[in-house]
Design a protein around this ligand. Structure first.
Ligand code: ADP
Length: 500
């Protein structure tokens, strides 16, 4: 019986394919991987584009390599997809060719449209329906821009031109143009889907000027939505799982219960907290989003989530290394920080690109406070690592203020989690158990789990890797924690005042 899943992880900087074996105990084990870097195009300041045709070619190539490495297509049972979210693609239904470069999630070209819509007072209604604030980050304003630029709105309304996020584009190409679908998590990032009904909304499509006929059909995350063209791999494979990257990581981590949360500490950090079967409306400008939707279409199992991000996490460590040369390698930071008995009263606010939730000061900049004649480079390093924990604390405080279920455990992944000092400090400051799985590819694992569920190779999403995770539990006394958090809040205030 074929028991391998072909997981496609189409990210911002690279396209990857990983073959996972579904073991008898329903855990999944990676057996082969292939990766290709992706060209980034920056046509203007603040604009970021990808070539959708290149994304497809690279995806196909990595898939073929992995199939070969893992012993051939007959060993595979299904395809699962996870992708960079919000990135908008436009293509011609007849030719299957992109009509413009894809607009990447980071792209700010529609900032003026979003600002105008906010000034016109549309944000409360959009947020109530979709969970999202008005921001160029999300797909809808990107779709409208693409339709304006290519002059294709009429053809799109007739169904001759298609719009979609990367998952949608890949399924279109994988099925030889037979399926135009998107999973509900990707749809929840467009500003066009009603978060409760998980269906496109006519009024939002009208507001953003995007014809609904050009949008994909919304499907569940573990639903067989099509079959790959037999010409691609020599045999058709069901496409049985799909979720946006952060949601796939939530599933990969097994953060399936209300109060489970995951945070990915990379260049920036992304927190996604499972809030349960009903969406939670945020008062702190966290994003309401879909965690996953699995099971029968008539009675699906749905988990909602709240999401928040930290703009600078690992990038502060990179800055210490590349910008000011206080360390020569990122991993040195752990020993340097541990070499000090305390932070010496020094706090670093890494507001290099502004401050996100819950402060929302895009124009604020970074600050270092508490310098004395005893302050040395090590204090900067320690303060940068400590800042990860303080920022995580602020996000978790915003979650709690929004009425999210109390946090049970914080599952972590990403490059920074190699740093045991930082992880212990997160546990101490956030007063939560921090868990880092032994296997780190949570995004691809999540897509593979969904596809395995979609074809019935596993009964549910609960199975965990057999290798034990690394665990950090809080051990700091409360007075110390309060003192440190007071220092941090003072530093944030100073950073905000300095940039006013
Ligand atoms: P991304 O996916 O955003 O590129 P990664 O998950 O690969 O990020 O993580 C890379 C980041 O992790 C870099 O900013 C790097 O400085 C940081 N990093 C890597 N190892 C360590 C470490 N041992 N301690 C602290 N930071 C680290």
């Amino acid at each position: 019986m074929p028991n391998l899943i072909l997981a496609i992880d189409q990210g911002t900087t690279s396209s990857r394919a990983i073959a996972f074996e579904v073991c008898d105990d329903h855990t999944l084990r990676a057996v082969a991987i292939s990766q290709i870097e992706l060209a980034q195009h920056f046509p203007h300041s603040g604009w970021v584009e990808h070539d959708a045709a290149e994304i497809w070619t690279a995806t196909l190539q990595t898939c073929r390599e992995v199939v070969k490495k893992a012993g051939g297509i007959s060993r595979f049972a299904a395809i699962g997809i996870t992708n960079q979210r919000e990135t908008a693609v436009i293509w011609d239904a007849a030719t299957g060719e992109p009509l413009h470069r894809a607009i990447v999630w980071q792209d700010r070209r529609t900032a003026d449209v979003s600002a105008r819509m906010a000034a016109e007072g549309h944000e409360p209604a959009v947020q109530a329906a979709t969970g999202l604030i008005l921001d160029p980050y999300f797909s809808a304003t990107k779709y409208a821009w693409l339709l304006d630029k290519t002059g294709m709105r009429d053809r799109a309304a007739k169904g001759e031109v298609k719009l979609g996020t990367i998952d949608s584009w890949l399924v279109w190409k994988l099925t030889g143009g037979a399926r135009h679908v998107t999973d509900a998590t990707n749809a929840s990032r467009t500003s066009l889907m009603d978060l409760r009904t998980r269906a496109w909304r006519e009024d939002l499509c009208a507001l953003f000027d995007v014809p609904m006929t050009a949008l994909p059909r919304i499907v569940g995350c573990a639903e067989v939505s099509g079959e790959s063209d037999p010409a691609l791999f020599g045999r058709p494979l069901p496409i049985a799982g799909s979720a946006g990257d952060q949601q796939a990581a939530l599933v990969g981590h097994g953060a399936l219960m209300p109060g489970d949360a995951k945070i990915t500490y990379g260049t920036g950090a992304f927190l996604v907290a499972n809030v349960g079967a009903e969406p939670v409306a945020s008062k702190s400008r966290l994003l309401g989003t879909l965690g996953y939707q699995v099971g029968e279409a008539a009675a699906p199992e749905v988990a909602y989530a709240l999401e928040g991000s930290i703009f600078s996490a690992g990038s502060a460590i990179q800055w210490l290394r590349d910008g000011v040369g206080m360390i020569s390698e990122s991993r040195q930071s752990e020993g340097v920080a541990q070499g000090l008995k305390d932070n010496g009263g020094v706090y670093l606010v890494p507001g290099f690109t502004g401050l996100g939730a819950p402060w929302w000061k895009p124009d604020a900049r970074g600050a270092v406070v508490g310098l004395t004649r005893d302050t040395g480079p090590a204090h900067f390093v320690r303060a940068a690592l400590e800042a990860l924990a303080y920022q995580t604390h602020d996000l978790l405080e915003a979650l709690a203020a929004d009425g999210a279920p109390p946090l049970k455990v914080l599952k972590v992944d990403g490059g920074v989690t190699a740093n045991a000092f930082a992880m212990q400090f997160v546990a101490d400051i956030c007063q939560v158990t921090v868990e880092r799985p032994a296997f780190q590819e949570m995004t691809a694992l999540g897509a593979a789990k969904l596809a395995a569920l979609g074809v019935g190779l596993i009964p549910d999403l609960t199975a965990h890797a057999s290798e034990a995770p690394a665990v950090w539990t809080p051990r700091m006394d409360e007075a110390e924690r309060d003192r440190l958090l007071k220092g941090w809040r003072g530093a944030v205030r100073a950073a905000i005042i300095a940039s006013e």
